[in-house]
Design a protein around this ligand. Structure first.
Ligand code: PMP
Length: 432
């Protein structure tokens, strides 16, 4: 068995440094637990960045993939299509929150879904502009980077980016950016940068993921929908991180009651297999001509089999309800911790279902970011066997994305470790 230390050295000599990693080399994983190559056990509060909503290697998903592997693993859907893809399309059409008849296309990554949603929106409207939001994240392809509203580390040194991408402000209750402020910035954009009838689409996350688990207020999403309708602009809702039961509803936008024109999905869709989707209103999806959409691996049969099983699991295990239960448990634990003396640098705890985060600040008055403290919480947790992720445009937010299938005992154990890690990080940082 190769140790983590050996692998780290080999990685340094073999893998591009731009592919940043941490020191945990996975050996195996099961539901909400992961063991590294040194035999150390971790509780997984990252779920491969919101991918393993159904846990690592859910038996139902594994069985579906194994059965598919016995039949065929790749034909290319354009060459020899298969029933699993069509079935998944039927199922996604039935649940995508557009309030209309839908059509689906499958690709492989979240960024690719975003790219295709923009292609379709442009083909349908005959317009080229796209408005995204500050702090948003939409992927690492050229267009994904252009749409992403955070320079470092995603965009730095990699431009120029595709033209006709604009950014407006995203509301942030904690930092005092209201819905009115955000809408005013959009209106300024229409005055100073692009006229609304050149804009094909708005693209928005219902809860910003990488940007810091900022929850879009319902008032903001409603206004976006109205402005879109008034100006013939489409609303693309990026559910790559918030979708697939994570927020306690199948899709994050459903909390607002606002309907989308196009929805992008990935991550939790296929429980650990690479698959993404654009699902949208039938007449909009019809705008892209035959041959304009797809790809060699798009809708890979193994990933499609996994996704069909994931949808069964979400339904049968009622993972939306489970997301609300575990989200509430995590958030109330964090709120209790934040009340303790000496832990005032936990500035905010926020949650939508099982998308839970806490923000670390210098003090509660200034709300200045404390990214060093966030990094320390992550590393203290890792030492104690808990995988955590940070996020946020100010790099000071810790996000919790445990599998929705996590057992009560494992969750309680993970929360205990989190509490210890917070305590250790606060005393370590205060000493310096
Ligand atoms: N959109 C959102 C909202 C995301 O969170 C991500 C990934 N973090 C992406 C798009 C890009 O997905 P991928 O990394 O699969 O390309």
């Amino acid at each position: 068995m190769t140790s983590s230390a050996q692998l780290q050295a080999r990685q340094k000599a073999a893998v591009a440094p731009g592919v940043a990693t941490r020191g945990i080399y996975a050996e195996r994983a099961d539901n909400a637990e992961l063991w590294d190559v040194d035999g150390k056990r971790y509780i997984d509060f990252a779920a491969g960045i919101a991918v393993n909503n159904t846990g690592h290697r859910h038996p139902r998903v594994m069985q579906a993939v194994q059965e598919q592997a016995q039949r065929f693993t790749h034909t290319c859907f354009h060459v020899a299509p298969y029933e699993g893809y069509v079935r998944l399309a039927e199922r996604l059409n039935a649940i995508a929150p557009t309030g209309a008849e839908n059509r689906t296309m499958l690709v492989t990554t979240g960024a690719e879904a975003v790219e295709n949603a923009v292609k379709i929106a442009r083909a349908h409207t005959g317009r080229s502009g796209v408005v995204a939001f500050s702090g948003g994240f939409h992927g690492r392809t050229m267009l994904g980077m252009a749409l992403t509203g955070k320079v470092s580390p995603y965009k730095k040194n990699f431009g120029p980016f595709p033209a006709e991408i604009y950014h407006a402000a995203f509301p942030n209750a904690y930092l005092g950016v209201t819905t009115e402020d955000a809408i005013a910035s959009l209106e300024r954009l229409f005055v100073s940068d692009v006229e609304p009838d050149r804009v094909a689409a708005f693209i928005v996350e219902p809860v910003q993921g990488e940007g810091g688990f900022n929850i879009a207020p319902t008032s903001f999403l409603r206004r976006l929908r109205e402005i879109a309708d008034e100006n013939g602009i489409l609303l693309i809702v990026d559910e790559v991180q918030a979708g697939m039961a994570r927020t306690g509803r199948m899709f994050g936008i459903e909390h607002s009651g606002v309907t989308a024109d196009l929805v992008t999905m990935a991550k939790g869709l296929a429980g650990g297999f690479p698959l993404s989707a654009v699902v949208g209103k039938a007449e909009i999806m019809a705008a892209a001509h035959p041959g304009g959409l797809g790809g060699t691996y798009a809708g890979n049969p193994l990933a499609v089999a996994a996704a069909n099983a994931v949808l069964d699991v979400i339904e049968e295990e009622d993972l939306c309800a489970r997301a609300r239960v575990i989200g509430e448990r995590i958030a109330s634990t964090l709120r209790a911790i934040a009340q303790r003396q000496g832990l005032e640098r936990i500035g905010d705890v926020r949650a939508l279902g099982a998308m839970v985060a806490f923000e670390l600040v210098e003090d509660r008055e200034s709300r200045r970011a404390a990214p060093d403290l966030a990094a320390r919480v992550v590393s203290e947790a890792e030492k104690r066997g808990l995988i955590l992720l940070s996020c946020g445009t100010r790099a000071n937010v810790i996000r919790i994305l445990s599998p929705l299938t996590i057992g009560d005992d494992t969750l309680a154990e993970g929360l205990d470790v989190l509490e210890q890690a917070i305590g250790a990080a606060f005393s370590a940082i205060e000493v310096h």
